[in-house]
Design a protein around this ligand. Sequence first.
Ligand code: PEP
Ligand code: MG
Length: 959
Amino acid sequence: MLTLHQDDVLLACHAEDWRGALEQAAEALHRAGLTSPGYREGLFAREAQSSTYLGNAIAIPHGTPQSREHVQDTGVRVLQFPAGVDWHDGQRVHVLVAIAARSDEHLDILRQLTHVLDDDSVAERLAAAGSGNEIAALLSKAVVDARLDGDTLCLGFPARDARELALAGAARLRQLGCVGDGFIAAIAEHAPLHLGQGLWLASSGSSVEVPALALATPEHPLKQADETVNGLFCLAAHGEAHRGLLECILRLLERGSAGELQGADAATILARLAGESATAHTRLARVLNAHGLHARPAKQLVQVARSQAVPIRVRLAEGGVDAVSASSLTKVINLGARRGQQLAFSAEGDGAVAALDAVCQAVADGLGEQVLPFDESRERIIPQADAAPAEPLPDDTPHAGVAASPGLAISPVFVLQTPRFDYPERAADPGAETQRLEQAIRQGAVQLETLVQQARGGEVAQILSMHEEMLCDPELYQAAHEGISEGRSAEAAWWDAIETAAHAQEMLADRLLAERAADLRDVGRRVLGILCDVTLPAPPTTPYILVTDDIGPSDVARLDTSLVRGLLTARGGATAHSAILARALGIPAVVGAGARVLTLADGTELILDGERGRITPTPSAERRQAAEQRLAERQQREAAAWDTRFEEARTRCGHRVEVAANLGNTIHAADAVERGAEGVGLLRTEFLFMAHAQEPDLATQIDEYREALDALDGRPLVARTLDVGGDKPLPYWPMPKEDNPFLGLRGIRLMLTRPEVLETQLRALLLAAAPVPGKPRPLRIMLPMIKDIAEFRAARAIFDRLLEEIPEAERASDVQLGIMIEVPSAALLAPALAAEVDFFSVGTNDLTQYTLAIDRDHPELSAQADGLHPAVLRLIEMTVTAAHAHGKWVGVCGELASDPMAVPVLVGLGVDELSVSARQVPLVKARLREFDLEKARTQAGLALAQATSTAVRDALEVR
Ligand code: PEP
Ligand code: MG
């Protein structure tokens, strides 16, 4: 969205003629750093093609497509000529809006200006304006696109009454991102209103992001309070912006044509709502112009429409609230039609068919521009810029996001805008394009290799190596190569291949694989950047907090950790690779904080709290001081914790609580020991399985587990058996898609359907832990997602058989078999389970998800999935009581174990071991030394007595 600022306006300019005015415009764009001097010629060439006079004394000079290479940044400069200038087409101009645009962004600028053209008095006011602010205000008007299109229609919904239809409509709007949860709640609260003719309305302005209108029709005709229910409109109201949507409904009622909606298809319904009568003729025509329906082609279209015998109306076929007169230049520009979008023309009366044929032919011929056919299977329609501009964040007010990586940062922000890649769709010489692509791929591989070297092992290096593999994937190359042979440019063919592959991953409806799609696009952008010679804007050379829409894993890996103090993203969840990497690099991060964070101006001071998932822009002096103090204390605590990391973990009174590390990869075991871990409390073995193209065989598994045991040098290893399925399938185990993967075939449930895999894994673990002379190798094996004793016994039977089968000298001697407590039923049945298992380890991530019924990765709700909820704590208490009654030990290996507020509560509940990410080990050990057991028990009692997790946190904070 273009935002005009007073500095963009040059007041009181004077020119002898239009050439002089255009020279001044070129100079102004250049001085503003938007263009290089070569753009001047483009401006003159464009005027030579046809005038850029728009109407109401405004001209909009801009360069030709060929001159785009001289655009350095997209922007405008407004020049006011109070005395006026005669333009070369005979018009008198008072204001020049000189545009520098790399692509079709100027369509949005034009759309913003169309409101000025509707108002005749604006010309005079622009000429007389005495300040830049005044001109900026006259020209700026946010374009808010209300949504009413094929996606907002829910036709034939199996509802039993109007209320259910209302909720179906509201849910659809929420799915489309137009509204939030507050809207659904508001719609549920009020009974829908009967409008007449079987139509009903439910509306609210609560938590509306984008004004929108959904229409839900019932599967079968319904009656409610003796009235028919043919359809229900669900309206997301937003300021004045939804007015057009209301008019659609009114038009329908006034015409008495509500009945025509029954059984009609989406296209017909949209036509009726747009005001087209049932007797009108309609034709569709696709916009082929590379940069959409901008001023010049729009002018041509209007001229053709005006020359017809009957009035013609036009709208965007897939939505668009209103059909507008095709004879109105401002209205046609205001459609903002992009290349590939379809226009629906309609006309009535004698000559309607001929008129429609004429305009459609003109559109097909390119409206005065050279056009290429649109290939639906290959080209994407570039969506319009975000409709509703996000409101800026208020100063000194905390704003919530998802806590993704702990730590506190206070720094100015640097807002990284996603780069825009501009490239031709087609190219004449496939040989040259293939060479360019191959060279770019090679260069990309070199870049990645350098990054891998810099990352020196660890998770960052692993992900970057995976990117290298993706980059060299022969199938990807082949797909791109085919595109090039069909006449596409290297960029277009490459991006198409990337998109197709990424889309295929996403279709698997699986989170981990969806993240792979993000990785693929990340790899794709790297090559595209090389091909288009686009480099990211240079970040500051002083410390900063990086703000982005979403960030690719390799972008995180590229971050200069000596300068990046924190990471803030508008989108994304805590489990995305980027968040995992931020944790691995120790960068505090808040993710999924919403589009408003992108409104922060570069350099805005920000407090980012990665522990609480909160940010505060432009803090007051007091708030900043308090945060600085917390930061200094934290740094001191970290340094002190590091110095004492090898001391045994004990509370102040000497009560022993083991602190172990969670690992995803056995090669990190040595690093965990170096950080003071007293063992590995959770080895997520699924990562070993995911790292291989096929199920790793016995020997491979033995080698891997042995690596960890060697590094642990006598410390215990708690290895979890394979926890995949449902939400994280293995590529080599195709499984049917499930509606609720978290409630599906995963963890032990899946393993019991493949007992041979479980057996091989148990065998490998037992063999890897065979005693080495003089070195104990304590092995603890735990089973994930156990819901009751039957599942445990089924797995135990295999385990017991192996113990019998393998000679004692060849297998682990110090071995225990336990279960994870992740499903509430297992906690409730802990007394029975405790009699048979050797230990429990509480997986608070899943236990919280299943207890509170909140998807742990839900972008909006996951912040509420707090393990300090009293319901979760009660389940932990039950687990510990049952275990201790049978002399068994209990660990906690979910994220809660490293939450400083939760540590005393868990210890107070009697937990014997805390397993946390390796980086957290020194801090958790230090935290234990801050309190004694008595205090811990008080804290636990206090927490258990609360009603909500917020109340628990408040109560603990006060103490
Ligand atoms: C848990 O659920 O808390 C846990 C540790 O397992 P994961 O996060 O791997 O599901
Ligand atoms: Mg789990």
